[in-house]
Design a binder for this molecule. Structure first.
Ligand code: FES
Length: 161
């Protein structure tokens, strides 16, 4: 997994405080992991260890949950997230073909981040703008009527930002 993940004392304290809060409620593990994901941007083993120590849940169990749900990641996300919508209206208009071209362009599978930490590629479900299908988002910006050419152009443009 490469280099160790750095955990600042501030963020650790923030997480521990949220864990204390969540432990007051039933079924605290999922909300705790959502807090961890938000605070650290990912939940690598170092963070899982903190959660394990504070909750008494084994690392094996925590790791199982983190790897099962796609909303959790073990490695930090890139600076920018490119997300292809694969909801039905986007799919029937060729979203998969565009996503495949983007995967090739970036050398990534869905869920992976470029080595320079710049782009993370994701596949998402309908984001409610089916009228402009196929849709792709670059961070918060939604781009509709996507084509392979347009996607490649956007990838280059965002590189310059
Ligand atoms: S299916 Fe893609 S935006 Fe609705």
């Amino acid at each position: 997994m490469g280099k160790n993940f750095e955990i600042s004392e501030d963020k650790k304290q923030e997480l521990l405080q949220e864990i204390d809060e969540h432990l007051k409620n039933p079924g605290p593990l999922m909300p705790i992991l959502h807090s961890a994901q938000r605070i650290f941007g990912c939940i690598p083993l170092e963070v899982q260890k903190i959660v394990s120590e504070a909750t008494g849940v084994t690392i094996a169990e925590i790791n199982g949950v983190v790897t099962f749900y796609s909303s959790f990641t073990m490695i930090p996300k890139g600076e920018h997230t490119i997300a292809a919508c694969l909801g039905t209206p986007c799919y029937v208009r060729g979203a998969q073909v565009i996503l495949d071209a983007v995967k090739k362009e970036l050398g990534l599978e869905v869920g992976e981040t470029t080595e320079d930490g710049y782009y993370t590629l994701e596949a998402i479900r309908c984001i409610g703008t089916c009228g402009m299908a196929p849709v792709m988002s670059f961070d918060e910006d939604v781009h509709g009527e996507m084509t392979i050419t347009k996607a490649k152009k956007l990838i280059k443009e965002y590189r310059k930002k």
